[in-house]
Ligand binder design. Structure first.
Ligand code: ADP
Ligand code: MG
Length: 258
């Protein structure tokens, strides 16, 4: 039974068919990679599913409920999370406080004196930080963390809403290869532990092939391939789009892609 069912999803910017009638499904406990060259329509797809951008047509059903036309806040409350970057204004807060704020916001509590309301989310925040391997650094200011650790805190914050589906558009942007592997490996373990569905984009094919359960490939707004890592890696259209005909992923193993 699929949790997310996308069909005929389209977005036209004037004459530019940025996303052209694509369809795919996502099941609970599945890590699905959405890959494709720059400008393929990946972010546009994320923004339509998350409600940040109105679609030109099609359908996005989450647990049977149509999301198109719904405000993003309502979509989030249904259980569709997305990673969001720690706002500059929150960088001075501690790691723990940032996650407590995310919990506060999820429970939609509005306090004039939020610092007095924070203790009630302390245990839950520490539990989430433990899940992303940041428990030891709970008391540090986010401003002094290494980049990869900031990304872990952001992941803990996005888990504060207990999402059943998490949308991650380039979660490892700006990271070194080892950090990319560590973050996506962590996401993969959370997918299994929480039986959560995750849709993500990632530029490193090594990382995609190491962790994704399935892969869908976009090129110029069209879905050109879909399948397991092995199926997609061998797919002639994918090889053509990425490397030109006659070359293979194997030939470029380890190389930067896209
Ligand atoms: P990707 O994330 O795969 O790199 P995008 O979804 O950002 O691709 O973009 C897909 C296409 O849509 C591109 O041709 C881009 O120029 C166009 N596009 C994206 N956002 C807008 C916008 N707000 N207005 C006009 N064109 C846009
Ligand atoms: Mg993008």
């Amino acid at each position: 039974m699929s949790l997310l069912k996308v069909s005929g999803l389209s977005k036209h910017f004037g004459g530019n068919k940025a996303v052209d009638a694509i369809g795919f499904e996502l099941r609970p406990g599945e890590l699905l990679a959405l890959i494709g060259p720059n400008g393929a329509g990946k972010s546009t797809t994320f923004n339509m599913v998350g409600g940040q951008l109105p679609a030109s047509g099609g359908s996005v059903r989450f647990d049977g409920v149509e999301l198109l036309g719904m405000p993003s806040r309502k979509i989030a409350r249904l259980g569709v999370g997305r990673t969001f970057q720690i706002a500059a204004t929150f960088a001075s807060l501690t790691v723990l406080e940032n996650v407590q704020m995310a919990l506060l916001s999820h429970h939609r509590k509005v306090y004039s004196f939020w610092r007095t309301a924070m203790p009630r989310y302390r245990d839950e925040a520490l539990r989430l930080l433990g899940q992303v391997g940041m428990g030891e650094q709970a008391g540090r200011a986010c401003s002094e963390l290494a980049y990869g650790d900031v990304k872990r805190v952001e992941l803990a914050m996005s888990l504060a809403g207990s999402p059943r589906l998490l949308l991650m558009d380039e979660p490892t942007a700006g990271m070194a290869p080892a950090e990319r592997n560590a973050l996506v490996g962590l996401v993969k373990s959370l997918v299994v532990q929480r039986n959560m569905a995750v849709l993500f984009t990632e530029h490193s094919m090594d990382v995609v092939f190491a962790y994704a359960d399935r892969v869908i490939v976009l090129a110029r707004g069209k879905l050109i391939a879909e399948g397991t890592v092995d199926e997609v890696r061998r797919h002639p259209k994918v090889q053509e789009v990425y490397f030109g005909t006659g070359r293979t992923f194997q030939a470029k193993a380890g190389g930067a892609v896209v």
